[in-house]
Design a protein. Sequence first.
Length: 103
Amino acid sequence: MRALNHPTIDSVDLATVLNALADPIRLRVIGQLAEAGGVVCGGFDVPVSMSTLSHHLKVLREAGLVRVTPEGSHRRHELRADEIEGRYPGVLSSIITATRDPA
């Protein structure tokens, strides 16, 4: 399994973060990561193909929102919530709250 690059938190740009979160599937993924703490690639509940999900996960990783680590023959995806909150206080927590709000 090839290594994946993750941006340093200092290089994470707010516009890139917000752009990555502007898609309903990616918002759903972020909500699931916030709930579960970490999810292996096949464990997401989203109505898209695996290749489309892989694209969405790549966008989230490249935006600095998700850290991916090998776990056996799978990859575990975890939200970089503490790091993002430290860089942009309140942004991610507000978005996660909104994904849970049924209104």
